[in-house]
Write a protein that binds this ligand. Structure first.
Ligand code: NAD
Length: 438
């Protein structure tokens, strides 16, 4: 893949020195995103004159979230909502509750949402939010108060036509129900379309909970076909066994694959003959982690990267596959269920070793695709059948993946750069058509 630096277009809107929070944190997700953008600029043709747009979030909000704890004291949490780009439509992206959340992480996650939403051609820009908190230390009541206060604080920039949050790490349907209710109370009218990933009884969509994992499986199966890998006899290793990793593992197992290793925040388990995925899911539902699952062998966490497998699915957090472990990966294919799990150095190592990487910006786009369906259904208050939703999801994912595969073949670039070419071209074309105000 060519690693040409950005061409210097004489008519580029002037790139003034970046504010400090936009400087590349070379070791962090925002720095990684900027490197990914630099790799795509040579393929954007005249639209590259707008590339600076991709390197700056449109809007970033930091909010203080004070709540009463159960013991009577007051705690303050730091919350964020970033709208990276809204050229193609309202912002769209999840909300993460995690102790390591930072502004620059949320900026990167929002930017990847812009690229992803454009790559599958849903009419959204990119956004993301988060609170720097370990939610496992909070009671249910504290969690609800924190979620509601956060929603109220970011309420000035979200809305069904402005920016639509959804679940991400450590947030779920209940979180979305609280967010929808809080926004609706402040507006004085029930507004189901303000968030997606809601419970079914509150305007949620059938198929949304499984959508990201289903999309991971769909593009994985398409790519496997291209490289002559038989899913029915494939060995699969999964990092992260929550919404994305758990569902993806279940779908690969249902297709006949052996899920040989699973790692989550609590530990790593392995079984040569294939884990019983439904039994492991039920163990996690009861205990909170894969650790202690007696029908498997426990592995030291670091040994996960050496597991003999055909398909590796990182479905936890960013920067898990790095220069330090990429050369140990046995798989023929990595499917990025997580956002940003592979560093650019690791990308290059995997490419050199002929390991196919299906990048986050297409591999995990199933979630936002069904979120789009949910938003459309909420506007019309007319709800579709699960078969309808799954069929539409599969069609969109297959078509988007086929187009990206073609671009990768035509330009001889990785699937990540190809997805960025498709996504960034659409974003910048909209940018150009809209022009600058004033
Ligand atoms: P989740 O909270 O349901 O699950 C997260 C999983 O990661 C858990 O199993 C947790 O134990 C594990 N984990 C956390 N820290 C870990 C560590 N240090 N090592 C190993 N495992 C660890 O979250 P999710 O919704 O499944 O999201 C997972 C990833 O997928 C994130 O990167 C998220 O941004 C991305 N994603 C999610 C969606 C969605 O619809 N939920 C859509 C697109 C992308």
């Amino acid at each position: 893949m060519p690693h040409t630096s950005a061409p210097n277009f004489p008519d580029s809107p002037t790139a003034h020195a970046l504010p400090s929070y936009l400087q590349a944190d070379h070791l962090g997700p925002w720095g990684i995103y900027l490197q990914q953008v630099d790799r795509v600029i040579p393929y954007l043709g005249p639209l590259a004159r707008w590339a600076e747009t991709l390197k700056r979030p449109k809007r970033a909000l930091i909010v203080d979230v004070p709540i009463h704890l159960d013991n009577g004291t007051v705690a303050h949490f730091e919350g964020y909502r970033v709208q990276h780009n809204t050229s193609r439509g309202p912002g769209k992206g999840g909300v993460r509750f995690h102790q390591d959340v930072t502004l620059s992480e949320v900026m990167a996650l929002s930017a990847w949402m812009s690229v992803k939403n454009a790559a599958v051609n849903v009419p959204f820009g990119g956004a993301k939010g988060g609170i720097r908190v370990n939610p496992k230390t909070l009671s249910l009541g504290e969690l609800e108060r924190m979620t509601r206060r956060y929603t109220s604080e970011i309420g000035i920039i979200i809305g069904p036509n402005k920016d639509i949050p959804a679940p991400d790490v450590n947030t779920n349907e209940q979180t979305m129900a609280w967010m929808m209710d809080t926004y609706s109370m402040n507006e004085g009218a029930t507004s189901t379309g303000v968030v997606t990933g809601k419970p079914l009884d509150l305007g949620g969509s059938l198929g949304r909970r499984e959508a990201t994992g289903r999309g991971v499986f769909t593009v994985g199966a398409e790519a496997a076909r291209h490289i002559g890998l038989d899913i029915a006899s494939a060995r699969v290793a999964v990092q992260g066994f929550g919404n994305v990793g758990g569902i993806a593992a279940k779908m690969f197992a249902q297709a006949g694959a052996k899920v040989v290793a699973v790692q989550d925040h609590g530990g790593t388990v392995m079984k040569e003959s294939g884990l019983d995925v439904p039994a492991l899911l039920s163990h996690v539902a009861h205990t909170g982690s894969v650790a202690g699952f007696t029908e498997a062998q426990a592995l030291p966490d670091d040994a996960f990267w050496d597991v003999r497998c055909d398909i590796l699915i990182p479905a936890a957090l960013e920067q898990q596959i790095t220069a330090a472990n990429a050369h140990r990966i046995q798989a023929r294919m990595v499917i990025e269920g997580a956002n940003g799990p592979t560093t650019p150095e690791a990308d290059d190592i995997l490419q050199a070793r002929n390991v196919l990487v299906l990048p986050d910006v297409i591999a995990n786009a199933g979630g936002v695709t069904v979120s789009y369906f949910e938003w459309v259904q909420d506007f019309s208050s007319f709800f579709w059948s699960e078969d309808d939703i799954n069929a539409r999801l599969t069609r969109i994912m297959k078509e988007a993946f086929a187009a990206i595969w073609q671009v990768a073949t035509d330009h001889q670039v990785t699937l990540r750069t190809a997805t960025f070419i498709v996504g960034c071209t659409r974003i910048l074309h909209s940018r150009e058509l809209r022009g600058l105000y004033p």
